[in-house]
Design a protein around this ligand. Structure first.
Ligand code: CA
Length: 432
């Protein structure tokens, strides 16, 4: 219980001198530093997690994280697209500061990131899975990343600089690599592992064992699947991401087929999350590991007739966030505090006992986690958003905006100059 009490006292823990003895992690008389496991998926929206109330798919292992930890109801990304969101998470900074504004960019890997700070402080660091930042990872003892978006079957990896093709299914392979890293680590030091899946990014190819598993299922359609965009501006009308018009033309029942495949690839993610949790439990590290589950952003599952993301509308601006860490986080807690993806970097640095650098723009979630989900005094009252990638895939116009607890204001610009404002209490689905 001594370690537990010490960890609960954040101030005392953060104030520990960073001597070499402390850096060793678990020397006599020193608190054991927590491991950090960041589980991230690509395009996995909260509407497809049973712990968020989804009726589309069962995710028992993710539900376990929620049941034994905290579920954030209001976590938002600052730019709902892959590379930019990943850069925000690594740096704790908005896109205009970290420089990776859209997927055509190359991440400046020389800048400060949370894995580098943890590595310098003695953590063993690993990056496994989808990276999608165009430059090589820095600050990791081990890295094995998918090439570009990655493939579901026989995916190509770059592993510590070497190209290789792996046999099998991508979600299983990424987990095999994660387990191998854990098995071969130095157990006297804490680890920080980024476990980043390709799934459920399109083209939604299920594992062989999951082929056909959802064939008899009929999915409920969102009420606004056939949205006519009457209450919105040009950006909503002129996009190119409608299931009926822009999705695979050979599908007849497109929404039903989309849900069958999307949910099947999530079932493989959930199974593999279970494999990792079981392993951590077996080696006795489960409760000493800060386990985070999130996605690089949310996704449309037919709402407004759409697939894909990019818009500052709830379905994709919001992202799932679960945190399991029993020494600090109460089981089955839920938070309504406005959290952001840029908060993850300062949170990890803070919980590792390091000072959060002044130039990180996100805020440590320690106070929220330690208080059962309450926003501490002086917490943010709005979240900023900015999407830059236009003209490009799906033709979503450039826009920026702010969301508070009750309202959302968006400005679409570039080849248009229009504002949208939503009253989220009266119009939570953003129809007017
Ligand atoms: Ca994504």
């Amino acid at each position: 219980m001594k370690n537990l009490e010490t960890l609960r006292s954040g101030a005392r823990y953060a104030a520990l001198p960073l001597t070499l003895t402390a850096l060793a992690g678990c020397s006599e008389g020193q608190p054991k530093r927590p491991n950090i496991l960041v589980m991230m998926t690509d395009d996995h929206t909260a509407q497809a997690m049973s712990c968020y109330g989804s009726l589309l798919v069962e995710t028992p292992n993710l539900d376990r994280l929620a049941r034994e930890g905290m579920l954030f109801e209001n976590c938002y990304v600052s730019n709902a697209i892959s590379g930019p969101s990943r850069a925000c998470i690594l740096t704790g900074k908005y896109s205009h500061v970290n420089g990776f504004t859209d997927n055509s960019r190359t991440f400046d890997g020389d800048q400060q990131t949370f894995p580098k700070l943890l590595h310098e402080a003695g953590y063993q660091t690993a990056m496994i899975g989808k990276w999608h930042l165009n430059s090589d990872p820095q600050g990791f003892d081990f890295w094995s990343i998918l090439v570009g978006q990655g493939e579901y079957y026989a995916p190509q990896f770059i592993e510590n600089g070497e190209n290789r093709v792996e046999k099998g299914y991508v979600t299983d392979i990424i987990t095999d690599k994660a387990l191998s890293f854990l098995e071969h680590r130095d157990p006297s030091r804490p680890f920080a592992m980024l476990y980043y899946h390709k799934a459920p990014h399109r083209n939604w190819m299920p594992a062989q064992r999951h082929l056909g598993i959802n064939d008899s299922r009929v999915y409920p359609e969102p009420f606004n699947l056939l949205d006519d965009y009457a209450g919105r501006g040009r950006a909503a009308r002129e996009q190119a991401m409608e299931i009926g018009r822009d999705m695979w033309p050979e599908w007849d029942l497109k929404y039903q087929q989309y849900m069958k495949d999307y949910c099947a690839v999530i079932q493989a993610v959930d199974e593999n999350v279970g494999r990792l949790l079981d392993y951590l439990e077996k080696i006795g590290e489960l409760d000493n590991t800060i386990i985070v589950y999130t996605s690089d952003q949310g996704f449309f599952l037919g709402e407004h007739g759409w697939f894909d993301k990019r818009f500052m509308y709830e379905e994709c601006q919001r992202t799932p966030l679960l945190v399991r860490y029993p020494p600090m986080v109460g089981a089955g807690t839920r938070s309504r505090a406005l959290a952001m993806n840029i908060d993850l970097a300062p949170t990890f640095v803070d919980l590792a006992g390091l000072a959060v650098p002044d130039d990180m723009q996100g805020r440590s979630l320690r106070g929220v986690l330690a208080s059962g989900g309450e926003a501490p005094e002086g917490w943010r009252t709005g979240v900023y958003y900015h999407y830059y990638e236009y003209p490009s895939w799906h033709s979503v116009k450039r826009h920026y905006g702010i969301r508070t607890a009750d309202y959302k204001l968006i400005h679409f610009y570039n080849d248009v100059d229009e504002w949208e404002m939503y009253d989220l209490k009266r119009d939570p689905h953003e129809m007017r």
